[in-house]
Design a protein around this ligand. Structure first.
Ligand code: PEP
Length: 250
C-alpha cells in the first residue's frame, strides 16, 4: 500500500508573519492520527522559520525550487546544500510555472533532480501537458518526454524517494480540475512508463500525486483513484481550513 502524500505549494505567498500563522494552524490539525504524509513548501525566505516551527511536528517541509550548482557566481540562486542547511527534506522541481515563466527545460530539470538526490533532497518532480497539447491528443507523448528526459541517467537507488506530480497545466490555478477518469488515465500511464524505464517493483512503490485545482470538494474522489497517491495543492493550501480538509479526505 502506498501512503498518500499531500503537499502544499505556497508559491510566492506568505511573509514571515503569514508563515507563522499558517504553520501554527496546520500544526493544530495535523496529529499522529493523520493518515496522510503532509508536506509544506513555503518560499525560501520562510524555510528557516518553518524548520523552527515544525521541529515538534510530523509535518515535513520542502522548497519550491533550487539551482543545480553547488555554489558560485549564480546571482539570486539557492543551492541544494543551502536547502539542506535549513532542514529541507523535499524540493519541488519542474513546476509548470518554472518551465513556462522561467524557461526551465527538461535538461535543466534533469540536472536539478540529479543535484537534489546527490544531496539527499527528495524531489517532487512535476510534469503535465498544456491545454493545447491535450486538445492535440499528445498528453501521453508530452508526459513521456518530460519523464524520460527528467529522469535520464538516474538509477532506481538514486530515485528511491522520488515523487512524481502529474499537473495538467490547464488545471493549475484555473479552477478547472481534471476529471477523476482523466487523472487516473494519465497516472496509470505514468506508472506503466516508469515500470518500463526502471522496474515494475519501483513503479508500484512510486508515489504519483495529482495537482491542478485540488480543493476540499474534489479531493476525496481524486484520491480514491487507484493510481493517485496524493495531491500537490496550490491555491487551496494557503488557508489552513481548506488544506486540512484535503488532508482529512485521505
Ligand atoms: C500547483 O501550483 O502546483 C497547483 C496545483 O496549483 P492549484 O492547486 O492552485 O491549481
Amino acid at each position: 500500500m502506498r501512503k498518500k502524500v499531500i503537499a502544499g505549494n505556497w508559491k510566492m505567498n506568505n511573509d514571515l508573519n503569514g508563515t507563522v500563522s499558517l504553520i501554527s494552524e496546520l500544526k493544530k490539525g495535523v496529529t499522529e492520527l493523520t493518515k496522510a504524509e503532509v508536506i509544506v513548501c513555503p518560499p525560501f525566505t520562510s524555510l528557516e522559520t518553518a524548520q523552527t516551527l515544525l521541529k515538534d511536528s510530523i509535518i515535513k517541509f520542502g522548497a519550491q525550487n533550487m539551482y543545480f550548482e553547488e555554489s558560485g557566481a549564480f546571482t539570486g540562486e539557492i543551492s541544494p546544500s543551502m536547502l539542506k542547511s535549513v532542514g529541507c527534506e523535499y524540493v519541488v522541481l519542474g513546476h509548470s510555472e518554472r518551465r513556462t515563466i522561467f524557461g526551465e527545460t527538461d535538461q535543466i530539470i534533469n540536472k536539478k533532480i540529479k543535484a537534489a538526490v546527490k544531496h539527499g533532497l527528495k524531489p517532487i518532480f512535476c510534469i503535465g501537458e498544456t491545454l493545447e497539447e491535450r486538445e492535440k491528443g499528445i498528453t501521453f507523448e508530452i508526459c513521456e518526454r518530460q519523464i524520460r528526459f527528467g529522469l535520464e541517467g538516474l538509477t532506481e537507488a538514486e530515485l528511491s524517494d522520488l515523487i512524481i506530480a502529474y499537473e495538467p497545466v490547464w488545471a493549475i490555478g484555473t479552477g478547472k480540475t481534471a476529471t477523476n477518469e482523466q487523472a487516473q488515465e494519465v497516472h496509470a500511464f505514468i506508472r506503466g512508463l516508469v515500470s518500463k524505464l526502471l522496474s515494475e517493483t519501483f513503479a508500484q512503490k512510486l508515489v504519483i500525486q495529482y495537482g491542478g485545482s485540488v480543493k476540499p470538494e474534489n479531493a476525496k474522489e481524486l484520491l480514491a483513484q487507484t493510481d493517485i497517491d496524493g495531491a500537490l495543492v496550490g491555491g487551496a493550501c494557503l488557508k489552513a481550513d481548506s488544506f486540512l480538509k484535503i488532508i482529512e479526505s485521505v
